[in-house]
Design a protein around this ligand. Structure first.
Ligand SMILES: [Zn+2]
Length: 435
């Protein structure tokens, strides 16, 4: 008799390794997947069983690029160009409002948004990430948290050297934690210097942790870097020896074929954020070329201030559609590639080699999607159903590291108290920015 701590049943279990299993069961012991099988195939006993015929069981989604605490700035300033949006709204708002309390107050709401729409791991680049680490580890989500390092003062520290010192302390205290990975976030080539990038790379290599950076988000950035360093962002980063499998390059919209090859050869993680890129009219990333080259193409939402949602289901559908219309080729970015970007390849980009699939030995991060709804039925192909028909709100159960964190109710977030605190901050932001 097989004994599991938790069994999750589905009309379909979506696994890349096993393929889709009809009437499947996932047996979990501790924080790992112990066995994946068809109902009736083995005898088993489980302390707890969830799911059933009305559900698809799938790997938890990996949001490979966001700024979670920016949830408090959702909708603050829409329909503006990137630099106007940053310089006239976001940066002033951050300077005035972002402190430790802001992070601690915003994150439970962001975590609730992510969990309730099926995201189990997220990669963050923001400030006071030590506080974020405490909040998120208590909630029980998986997170790769990059403290922002930039060539001007941040809410965390007054200059890049002090920002790096902060990262060193963060690494010292959190490296090896079972849910939180400390990471380093040199903001972008245009907001840093070769020295900042070099120091960031050294630190990341020393501890084998991810480096998160925005790369080639806009054409304006490409022109600026060309003028300053004589070459495009990716060639510039390559020339200073910055690129490796530790790097997670957010956006990566404006790359030529040679640069796409460089990213693929160096196994750079690419955190594409197609909705943010579309909303800010930055462009469309060359998804099909990344996929052809077998690059580590992951998917992210970017922050709530530029998306305005952390729902990865919306992001998956948009990625598939914008990719097709961009190439004028309906076969490009098929659903399975999109789902891989949102799960397995996202995990790979963030340095996990035992996450993002439903497979024996992998970390037990899984979610269930309700399909007994008018918009959720019928299901001919569960993978295309997930990408084209399902919604974040179809999520019914969320398991991270073997623990049930959400079943319609948040198990580890006091949601009413969290909203009360969050709304106080929102009121202050509204007072300042009411136009
Ligand atoms: Zn970003």
């Amino acid at each position: 008799m097989n004994e599991f701590d938790l069994a999750i049943k589905g009309k379909f279990v979506v696994s890349f390794f096993h393929g889709v299993i009809e009437n499947g069961v996932v047996g979990i012991k501790g924080n790992r997947i112990e066995r994946v099988f068809r109902e009736g195939e083995i005898e088993y006993d489980a302390k707890e069983t969830i799911g059933g015929d009305d559900f698809i069981v799938m790997p938890g989604l990996v949001n490979a690029h966001t700024h979670a605490a920016m949830i408090a700035f959702r909708g603050l300033a829409d329909d503006l160009p990137l630099f106007d949006w940053l310089q006239n709204y976001i940066w002033p708002a951050e300077a005035k409002f972002v402190d430790k309390k802001f992070i601690r107050t915003s994150l439970p709401i962001a975590a609730a948004e992510m969990l309730s729409t099926g995201t189990t791991t997220y990669a963050d680049m923001y400030f006071f990430e030590r506080d974020a680490a405490e909040v998120i580890s208590q909630i029980g989500m998986r997170a790769v948290l990059a403290e922002g390092v930039i060539n001007f003062p941040t809410p965390t520290a007054s200059n890049w050297k002090k920002q790096l010192d902060y990262v060193r302390e963060f690494i010292k205290d959190w490296l090896g934690h079972e849910l939180v990975k400390p990471s380093i976030g040199p903001h972008a080539p245009y907001t840093t210097t070769p020295e900042i990038l070099e120091k960031s790379r050294e630190l990341a290599e020393k501890h084998n942790i991810p480096i998160q950076i925005h790369v080639a988000e806009t054409q304006k950035e490409v022109e600026e870097i060309k003028e300053k360093y004589g070459d495009t962002p990716v060639r510039y980063l390559n020339s200073i020896g910055f690129l490796s499998e530790l790097v997670v390059a957010a956006h990566s919209v404006w790359l030529d074929d040679e640069e796409i090859g460089i990213f693929a050869d160096k196994h750079v993680g690419i955190a594409s954020c197609p909705q943010s890129n579309a909303k800010l009219a930055s462009g469309v990333a060359p998804h099909t070329k990344y996929i052809e080259k077998e690059a580590v193409l992951a998917l992210g939402t970017d922050g709530d201030a530029s998306n305005n949602s952390l729902d990865m289901f919306q992001e998956m559908k948009f990625m598939a559609l914008v990719c097709k219309v961009h190439t004028m080729e309906p076969t490009s970015c098929p659903a399975e590639e999109v789902l891989k970007s949102a799960t397995l390849r996202g995990a790979r980009a963030l340095g996990y080699h035992d996450l993002g699939d439903i497979r024996e030995g992998y970390l037990a991060d899984l979610v269930t999607v309700r399909i007994n709804t008018p918009h959720g039925t019928p299901v001919y192909n569960p993978i295309s159903h997930i990408v084209y028909a399902a919604k974040g709100t179809d999520i019914t159960h969320v398991v991270v590291n073997g623990k049930l964190l959400y079943d319609g109710e948040f198990k580890t977030i006091d949601i009413e108290r969290s909203f009360a605190e969050f709304n106080k901050i929102v009121r202050k932001i509204k007072d300042k920015f009411s136009r």
